[in-house]
Design a protein around this ligand. Sequence first.
Ligand code: VGL
Ligand code: ZN
Length: 214
Amino acid sequence: MIAATLRPDAATALIIVDLQVDFLPGGRLAVAAGDAVVPLANELAQRFGTVILTQDWHPAGHISFASSHPGQVPFATIPLPYGPQVLWPDHCVQGSAGAQFAPGLDVPHAQLIIRKGHHASVDSYSTFYEADPAIPTGLTGYLRARGIGRVVLMGLAYDFCVSWSALDAVRDGFETLVVADACRAIDTGGSLAQADAQMAAAGVRLCRMADVGG
Ligand code: VGL
Ligand code: ZN
């Protein structure tokens, strides 16, 4: 881990990734100890003026659901036109209880919610680009228009939506940090080791809660 300290300023945004009921213990795609990061999000958010929430937001029958592919099972990987796709249990269906934010999430000053994965035939782990990288969410333009040059990410899951978002943030020229102890991973098929390697190679900096000043 590359330690980094930072003081959030007007050019820094916090992005809280997918703290939703379906990713918490008891949810449809539960991340182990995912609930542990909810209070960390609340605490971290107090240190930032610009806070963005992301929300996984799939239509029923989404292409990332194993149930949409007869004979397939969750956590298998299949080829799709935009690349390999891990198949998941049905989760974060638009408007469902599981798609709501974690009950303990308390970030009333968040200014933007990015919903992603809403195209039926394209998944979107990243909050910047869908799995088809030709489809942007618009977040880069929003951040640029507000003079944001640095993003700090935390949330669920470290090895999917957090790391893919971090890699795209670097690609679009943002200084990018991930608060590692405020994330939890799914870790399927080597995804955790791969996320670590890709983020290190791309120049994503990892830090801890204690490194983020107020
Ligand atoms: C996520 C798998 C499927 C995530 C979302 O939030 O990391 N993972 N959809
Ligand atoms: Zn999803």
